[in-house]
Design a protein around this ligand. Sequence first.
Ligand code: PRP
Ligand code: URA
Length: 209
Amino acid sequence: MGNVTVVDHPLVKHKLTIMRNKDTSTASFRRLLREISLLLAYEVTRELELTTTTIETPLTTMESPILEGKKLVFASILRAGNGLLEGMLDLVPAARVAHVGIYRDHDTLEPHEYYFKAPQDIADRLVIVVDPMLATANSSIAAVDRLKGRGANNLRFVCLLAAPEGIKAFTQAHPDVPVFTAAIDDHLNEKGYIVPGLGDAGDRMYGTK
Ligand code: PRP
Ligand code: URA
């Protein structure tokens, strides 16, 4: 699958196994998602461009690397995206944040937007879109459509779990947006849930079921 990176670090695999377990508590689920998001953030930012700056160490002057360009944007697809967002902000605290409120209708699986707020100058920044679940990809395709409509032109998408159907749909709709995921599962069931999956990410994060 082109443009898809599976982040299969042993720590990611171990933590994901605990998250999948239906007996894992809400508190543990949230903590693990935050921990995994640090490892995913490490991978998705691996290719960030660097420049150099002149600094004085206690011993000498040196040319030392710093990130080039404007601060990046994390775009969280509400609500479950916030579980990834928080950990990523721990790693990149100066990042800007966009919020895209989208829920998918349980029956039609169509996405419905209820909120959108993004930095004005998003066209000048790398935008990392985050949502734990890529199932049909209807939500993430709609979110990226919306961000591109606001001018975003350099995007990456990070999720925790992806279905093969979702990856196919997303990469067809947005071939310019690389996908990073901790795992690609087997299939979607008739209700659009990822199998084996972990259930409803938002409900498990916030204890709403
Ligand atoms: C979940 C998930 C994704 C979406 C994935 O959100 O966080 O946004 O479903 O499914 P899709 O790829 O088929 O669109 P949900 O609609 O349950 O909203 P929530 O985050 O508010 O719980
Ligand atoms: N959204 C979820 O939260 N879980 C799935 O398995 C599919 C979509």
